[in-house]
Design a binder for this molecule. Structure first.
Ligand SMILES: C[S@@+](CC[C@H](N)C(=O)[O-])C[C@H]1O[C@@H](n2cnc3c(N)ncnc32)[C@H](O)[C@@H]1O
Length: 265
């Protein structure tokens, strides 16, 4: 068993890992279940249960679908999987050899990735803060590029997040940005988010909608913007969740509390 001693934003990736482990069969993610079995951690601390895990993993499915769509059109691509945590998206999607995949997260998390996932020729681990411009110099910049960040933007300061997106869009010839975001109300209500509260992490960047990105990041074009409560995945959840969404959707601010964003550049 590996003892994991993480705090702040890196610790929150254990909550999403645990959700994927509990929903492993539906997600096709035996990796998550195996990794959880090998980590010595008080999983109850995440607040994730078999009952609420599907409310977390709908986001995983959503980005698996969008990423598959991109890779189907661009079999020779670069993928930057930012703030990857211990997510085995590369293994779930199993892209062909034309794809160079970069999993980027803080060094403490990268070390765990190296321990739990076997090396693959076209899948690289980058141990760095996503906001550090240095690591980008190791990534080829001659192919369509998918920039995917699940559960990351809210942890960044707005100035850092905008600078990161600008840097990425300026560096690669073309591609897509796919990420989720909280709006300012979601940031204000962060105390209701159990893994965030218990880890001591702070959520910072609230994005109101696509205009915030289109105005701040030159060269982006909106492909899709989906409030999570209106997503296909949410419609597939239990009646309790759907009733909650119906109420949330009537309250301005709550409807767009969590959002999926997709842009071309
Ligand atoms: C909620 S977890 C999501 C992890 C993974 N994407 C998933 O869905 O399981 C947030 C992740 O973002 C990472 N993170 C936050 N800020 C970061 C930064 N500045 N640079 C690199 N990683 C960061 C954390 O270490 C953590 O792994």
């Amino acid at each position: 068993m590996t003892r994991v001693d993480l705090h702040g934003a890196p610790e929150t990736m254990l909550a999403t890992l645990y959700a994927r482990a509990l929903d492993a069969d539906a997600l096709g993610d035996g990796w998550a279940r195996d990794i959880v079995a090998r980590i010595d951690y008080d999983w109850e601390r995440t607040g994730i249960t078999a009952r609420n895990a599907p409310g977390v993993t709908l986001r995983v499915r959503h980005f698996d679908t969008w990423a598959r769509q991109f890779l189907a059109v661009h079999p020779e691509a670069v993928v930057l999987h930012l703030g990857c945590g211990l997510d085995g998206r590369y293994h779930r999607l199993d892209p062909g050899p034309g794809v160079e995949w970069f999993d980027v997260d803080y060094p403490d998390v990268a070390v765990l990735r190296e321990q739990f996932y076997p090396p693959r020729e076209h899948c690289h681990i980058v141990a760095a803060s996503v906001t550090d411009p240095e690591w980008l110099t190791t990534v080829p910049a001659d192919r369509p590029t998918l920039i995917l960040a699940e559960g990351l933007t809210m942890y960044l300061a707005e100035a850092d997040g905008v600078a990161l997106l600008r840097r990425l869009v300026a560096r690669f010839p073309s591609g897509e940005l796919q990420f989720d975001a909280f709006n300012p109300l979601g940031i204000a209500l962060q105390w209701t988010n159990t893994p965030v509260r218990r880890s001591g992490a702070t959520l910072r960047w609230g994005i109101r909608g696509p205009a915030d990105i289109l105005d701040a990041v030159p060269g982006t074009r909106l492909l899709a913007w989906v409030p999570v409560f209106e997503s296909e995945g949410f419609a597939g959840l239990s009646a309790g969740y759907r009733a909650m969404a119906a109420v949330m959707n009537r309250v301005p601010g709550l409807r767009t509390m969590a959002q999926f964003h997709r842009y071309a550049f």
